[in-house]
Ligand binder design. Structure first.
Ligand SMILES: [Zn+2]
Length: 124
C-alpha cells in the first residue's frame, strides 16, 4: 500500500534523493542513498525500510504494487530507479527472468545446469 499511504513528504524526500524528475532519457538513474549488499536502493519511511525501486514505481505510476508482485529491473541494474526500466512481475517471473539472463545473487553467472534447476525449483 505504498502509493495509497504516500504523503507529499515522502514524494519530496524521495525525489530529492533521486535528484531528477525527468526520466524521458534512457539512461539509468542510480539510487544515491542507502543500498543493500546486492545493490538494491533502500529508503526508510514511516519506520519501514522500503526498496527505492518499489517507491519509484508506485509514485511514478500513481498506483499500488499488487499484492505479491515484485518490481523487476529491465536494465539489470538493481540500484536503478528510472521508472522506464522498472516493471511489475511475480516473484516467479522475476526469477525466470534472472535465470534467462544468467544472473542471480551477487551478479555472478549461473554455472551449472543443476544449479539452474535448483533455482527453478526454488521459484515455484
Ligand atoms: Zn536502469
Amino acid at each position: 500500500m505504498l502509493f495509497s499511504n504516500a504523503t507529499e513528504e515522502l514524494k519530496s524526500r524521495f525525489f530529492n534523493k533521486v535528484g531528477a524528475t525527468d526520466f524521458s532519457n534512457d539512461k539509468c538513474h542510480i539510487w544515491p542513498a542507502a543500498k543493500s549488499g546486492m545493490g538494491y536502493g533502500y529508503m526508510q519511511w514511516q519506520g519501514k525500510v522500503e526498496k527505492a525501486s518499489r517507491i519509484m514505481w508506485s509514485l511514478y505510476n500513481e498506483c499500488d504494487i499488487p499484492d505479491g508482485m515484485e518490481i523487476m529491473h529491465l536494465c539489470d541494474s538493481p540500484s536503478c530507479v528510472n521508472p522506464a526500466h522498472l516493471s511489475v512481475g511475480s516473484h516467479k517471473s522475476n526469477m525466470r527472468d534472472m535465470i534467462r539472463k544468467g544472473r542471480h545473487r551477487n551478479g555472478s553467472k549461473v554455472k551449472t545446469l543443476g544449479y539452474v534447476n535448483d533455482l527453478k525449483m526454488a521459484a515455484i
